[in-house]
Ligand binder design. Structure first.
Ligand SMILES: C[S@@+](CC[C@H](N)C(=O)[O-])C[C@H]1O[C@@H](n2cnc3c(N)ncnc32)[C@H](O)[C@@H]1O
Length: 276
């Protein structure tokens, strides 16, 4: 993996090119992203700590008696499914969505067990362990495969992020590590939160994991823009969009410097108020 200090041979660094916005359609390669942030055999300790933090919070959020219902929409799914592993026990239907076709295709590959699909089984096993029975990981994979019913294009910067797709108001909107990549400034971030709240039923939940004080992140040799957000800015955006923040969990974790410049992470559960 390219180190950030090792700038001379990086085309992105040489060009000084910072990818953002529409670049996600062509320049964000799912397999490179997965190798950088979700492959732990090379000892990516920092990335693993962040994944564990998110998995634990997702488990606590979607465990029996917690957030659940008919429909969950995952926004900016990317090529990953880890964020859906606890949720698939709590919802009848999950809709995944992303700005880029190739990310949706990568998730579809896993769901359909196609050749070359990413191996999530170690992560599925850890979630089953959190839930109390590591041995049921294959049952969980099968359950997730049954629960994801639709793949939709989305753009969080649009007032209707799912475009013309007919989607009933959701019980939950989930978004992990996506808005801080998709929004170019804080004004756009607040608008995106409002757009996502618009997809919820009154009383529905918005659940989000955010990499804080993000600056840039690498996907192989390509450098992508990241928005600097403080925990308080996330909470304020949710409140301004008519949500009550129920839980905001902070951890002082950062990614490996070679991959990403950030400082801290937060996991937030909010509920849409009746008037929002
Ligand atoms: C860092 S990845 C996060 C992927 C995954 N959710 C995770 O937890 O690892 C950022 C994701 O945001 C998506 N994205 C970028 N711009 C977007 C937009 N305008 N609307 C929705 N998603 C967008 C990208 O395609 C990418 O999948």
């Amino acid at each position: 993996m390219q180190k950030w200090g090792d700038t001379a041979r990086s085309p992105a660094r040489m060009e000084g090119r910072l990818y953002i916005g529409e670049d996600y359609k062509k320049e964000f390669h799912p397999q490179d992203y997965l190798k950088t942030y979700y492959a732990f055999d090379l000892g990516n300790v920092a990335e693993y700590e962040i994944l564990k933090f998110n998995l634990k919070n997702l488990f606590e959020t979607f465990s029996p008696g917690g957030v659940g219902g008919d429909i969950l929409i995952d926004i900016g799914t990317g090529p990953t499914i880890y964020q859906l592993l606890s949720a698939c026990e709590a919802f009848r239907e999950i809709i995944v969505s992303d700005y880029s076709e190739q990310n949706l295709r990568e998730v579809e590959k896993w769901l359909k067990k196609e050749p070359g699909a990413y191996d999530w089984s170690p992560v599925v096993q850890s979630v089953c362990e959190l839930e109390g029975d590591r041995s049921r990981w294959q049952e969980k994979e099968a359950r997730l495969r049954r629960t994801v019913t639709r793949f939709l294009k989305c753009d969080v910067n649009q007032p209707h992020p799912l475009g013309p797709a007919q989607v009933p108001p959701a019980d939950c909107v989930l978004t992990t590590l996506a808005l801080e990549c998709a929004c170019s400034d804080v004004h756009a971030y607040r608008a995106a939160i409002r757009n996502l709240v618009g997809l919820l039923k009154p009383g529905g939940h918005l659940v989000t994991a955010v990499a804080l004080r993000l600056k840039e992140y690498m996907v192989d040799t390509k450098k992508f823009f990241g928005l600097h957000l403080e925990k308080e800015m996330v909470e304020k955006a949710l409140q301004e969009a008519g949500c009550q923040v129920l839980r905001c969990q902070y951890a002082p974790f950062s990614y490996s410097e070679a991959h990403c410049i950030n400082d801290g992470i937060c996991f937030v559960v909010a509920r849409k108020g009746p008037g929002a």
